[in-house]
Design a protein around this ligand. Structure first.
Ligand SMILES: Nc1ncnc2c1ncn2[C@@H]1O[C@H](COP(=O)(O)OP(=O)(O)OP(=O)(O)O)[C@@H](O)[C@H]1O
Ligand SMILES: [Mg+2]
Length: 298
């Protein structure tokens, strides 16, 4: 891959004073602005066969990610996943009439020490740049900086965080009304249906409550395409490859035989549905033996 994109914020040597507030970091419009070219993507399959961006980043001058996240300060951390950390960021976006508008963003910093981190970044950017659906989180930009060391993805900010936080939390302000749960299930069914019926179907492969994000109105959006994979488009039923995903959500035919079907996502959707109905986690080692795996138990 190439080296740093022109995003000056990604060059820590040129990074701003930590005291610089995000409010001073004026940003150009995100990738959705027609003036900003959409990221170019390779159409040829990359290992496994996923897709990769052909350029190291689409973030141009004006995206001050270091400033936006206060140099990835710990109190801006939204959460950590298996492949990196996600930070909250604030940017000033230049808009006509209003002048400046505050834009909240989420920035994922992938673990670049592993090959897997690079693969996840490539896969996620590649797929997210190709999809567009009201129930799929929007990609605002991406950046590969400092050689391969900094792998960043910028998303729209999802105010209410992930579904698991609301389902399994103990605080009463996190309790989701049934109506909201139904809206979330419907939105996710629509997102999966959209992916599965694309000209070349996409299998999400890691459908779970922590990958369902909620905006300020509790509209659900699917996030985290790092394990997504092209489905079969040659009349076949399944694709094969390393078994990846999250324990408790992976269907038996994939787990034991390595056959990944579009319906494997539907299986995981079923597990999430049971979690939403019962308020119990897919896997919980604190439950008695025989009840730890929700699917086996139910
Ligand atoms: N766009 C976003 N807006 C707001 N919060 C987000 C956004 N994206 C991710 N997060 C938060 O960051 C956390 C970490 O996300 P990440 O996808 O890296 O890990 P995870 O889904 O918890 O675990 P895993 O590695 O198994 O996928 C999420 O749980 C969520 O709370
Ligand atoms: Mg995730």
């Amino acid at each position: 891959m190439g080296i740093c994109c022109s995003c000056i914020s990604c060059n820590s040597a040129a990074g701003p004073d930590p005291a610089t507030t995000p409010a001073t970091a004026a940003a150009t419009a995100p990738a959705t602005d027609p003036a900003t070219p959409a990221p170019e993507l390779a159409l040829d399959p990359f290992p496994d066969p996923d897709i990769v961006p052909t350029s190291p980043g689409n973030l141009t001058e004006g995206w001050f990610l270091n400033a936006a996240t206060f140099n990835f300060r710990s109190d801006m951390l939204l959460g950590k996943g298996g492949f990196g950390s996600v930070y909250k960021g604030l940017l000033n976006q230049k808009v006509p009439i209003e002048g400046i508008r505050k834009l909240r963003i989420a920035v994922k910093k992938l673990d670049s020490n592993s090959k897997q981190g690079l693969r996840q970044w490539q896969t996620e950017v590649g797929f997210l740049a190709r999809v567009s659906h009201p129930n799929i989180v929007k990609l605002l930009g991406y950046c590969q900086a400092e050689g391969d060391k900094e792998l960043l993805i910028v998303y729209e900010f999802m105010e209410k965080g992930s579904l698991n936080y609301h389902l399994f939390g103990k605080r009463s302000d996190r309790i989701l009304p049934w109506e909201t749960r139904v809206r979330i299930a419907t939105g996710m069914a629509q997102a999966l249906s959209y992916l599965h019926t694309m000209e070349k179907p996409v299998i999400f492969r890691d459908f779970k409550t922590s990958n369902i994000l909620l905006n300020e109105s509790y509209i659900p959006k699917l996030s985290d395409f790092g394990l997504a994979k092209w489905g079969p488009n040659d009349g076949g039923q399944y694709v094969t490859g390393n078994v990846l995903g999250t324990r408790g959500y992976v269907g038996p035919e994939y787990k034991s035989g390595g056959r990944l079907y579009v319906k494997s996502d539907v299986y995981s959707f079923g597990v999430v549905l049971v979690e939403m109905l019962t308020g119990l986690r897919a896997i919980d080692k604190n439950r008695p033996p025989g009840k730890q795996n929700l699917r086996e138990w139910t």
